[in-house]
Design a protein. Structure first.
Length: 159
């Protein structure tokens, strides 16, 4: 079942790249007691994700944080090395790049995407959500090929 507005996010571990290499970070560490703009992409370094989705959050990071947001987080079903390299390539210093390597978080919230037709296996659908103290207050799930309801501009309008 797909997560809904009003639901608590599940407690599952992500990985993220640090100066000391990949480290685990629980969803509780990401969301508890914070206001978080969280968005997911089907894959790091893919065209729509690299040319439009993530760059929108990089450019608008200050405006988003000015709305009381503690953390901007980007997640993909990729490994921490890929997410770290993609974040560096995109100058995403203000975005927490989270790896859901096995898709555990994605499956737990019911937002998997079968991308096997593209040779990508199981991935996350493109979506954005605002989470306040672990509770979803906004959820925008994209139609295939679109970046509208989960874009930085759309998230700013929801804040």
């Amino acid at each position: 079942m797909t997560i809904q507005v009003g639901d608590k996010v599940p407690v599952i571990n992500f990985k993220h790249m640090t100066a000391d290499g990949p480290k685990e970070i629980s969803s509780d560490e990401v969301f508890a007691g914070k206001k978080v703009v969280f968005f997911a992409v089907p894959g790091a370094f893919t065209p729509g994700c690299s040319m439009t989705h993530l760059p929108g959050f990089v450019v608008n990071a200050d405006s988003i944080k000015a709305k009381g947001v503690d953390t901007i987080a980007c997640m993909a079903v990729n490994d921490a090395f890929v997410m770290g390299a993609w974040g560096q390539a995109q100058n995403a210093e203000e975005v927490l790049m989270l790896a859901d390597g096995n898709g555990d978080f994605t499956a737990a919230i019911g937002l998997e995407l079968d991308a096997s037709g593209f040779g990508m296996g199981s991935r996350a659908q493109r979506f954005g959500m605002i989470v306040e103290d672990g509770t979803v207050t906004y959820l925008g799930i994209e139609a295939p090929g679109e970046i509208k309801v989960s874009s930085a501009d759309a998230m700013l309008e929801q804040l």
